[in-house]
Design a protein. Structure first.
Length: 94
C-alpha cells in the first residue's frame, strides 16, 4: 500500500531523513519496500513509501522510542492512505 505523509519538522528535513534511514536499518525495511523523502522548504516535507505490512509498520512506529522521537521533532503531519474504496486522510498534531 502506498502511503503519503506530509508535514513539518522543527529540526529540519535532514533530521527526518536520518531517522528514516536509522529505522530502515533497524528493521522497518521489513514493512516498507521503498521510500522517498522530499524537502518542500521551510522545514516542510513529503514522505512517500510502499508499505508491504501495515500492521507490522504500525507496531514498529508505536514503540515508546518512536513516539518520543515524534513528539520531540514533528510539528504537524498529514497522512493519506489510498484504499480500494477511497482515500482516507487525516492530520496528526504532535
Amino acid at each position: 500500500m502506498n502511503l503519503c505523509i506530509y508535514g513539518t519538522i522543527a529540526t529540519g528535513v535532514e533530521t527526518l531523513r536520518a531517522r528514516v534511514e536509522y529505522n530502515m536499518e533497524r528493521g522497518a525495511s521489513k514493512y516498507c519496500s521503498e521510500w522517498k523523502l522530499a524537502d518542500t522548504g521551510n522545514n516542510g516535507f513529503v514522505w512517500l513509501g510502499n508499505i508491504v505490512d501495515m500492521e507490522g509498520m504500525g507496531a514498529f512506529l508505536t514503540t515508546d522510542e518512536e513516539i518520543k522521537w515524534d513528539k520531540d521533532n514533528l510539528s504537524l503531519i498529514h497522512i493519506s492512505e489510498p484504499t480500494r474504496q477511497a482515500e482516507i486522510s487525516y492530520a496528526v498534531f504532535c
